[in-house]
Unconditional design. Structure first.
Length: 148
């Protein structure tokens, strides 16, 4: 998992050809003041989910993992904590992988937590189990999905 801020996004653009497309779109649109929903940039290969979620307690959030997509979590408003654990260390899968939603779940506990504020981003690769949306109150965020 890579943690940075949108103002430093150009430093990570070289890690995947689609990163630049995503960051340029985010930086050129006022997504906080647009309606929530899916924004398609390149079919199923690159899209952004603009969402508002209610934060959950650490102990109530499970770890998720993906195989097909890289996630880029971008906080627009509020404070979000994301838990992390490596794929190699997973001990208990509670939901087997579903290709339909590119997701598998684990009730393992994260080994670390990172707090994100408005403008912060977390890039989550398939080897990164992550527990997003931990926090108090509403969190407005983007989750860009980039096909490997």
């Amino acid at each position: 998992m890579i943690i940075t801020n949108l103002c430093n996004a150009s430093r990570v653009e070289a890690l995947h050809p689609a990163f630049k497309t995503v960051f340029q779109y985010i930086n050129s649109h006022d997504l906080l003041n647009e309606e929530c929903g899916k924004i398609t940039l390149d079919g199923d290969s690159i899209f952004i989910n603009n969402v508002e979620v209610q934060g959950v307690k650490k102990e109530d959030q499970v770890l998720e993992m993906h195989r097909v997509y890289i996630d880029i979590h971008v906080v627009l408003e509020g404070v979000e904590t994301i838990g992390w654990k490596s794929l190699e260390a997973v001990e208990n899968i509670t939901k087997e992988y579903s290709s339909e939603d590119d997701c598998s779940l684990s009730d393992d506990k994260p080994v670390s937590y990172t707090q994100l504020k408005a403008g912060d981003i977390a890039i989550v690769y398939p080897e990164d189990l992550h527990a997003p949306c931990i926090g108090d109150g509403k969190i407005r965020k983007l989750v860009a999905k980039i096909m490997l």
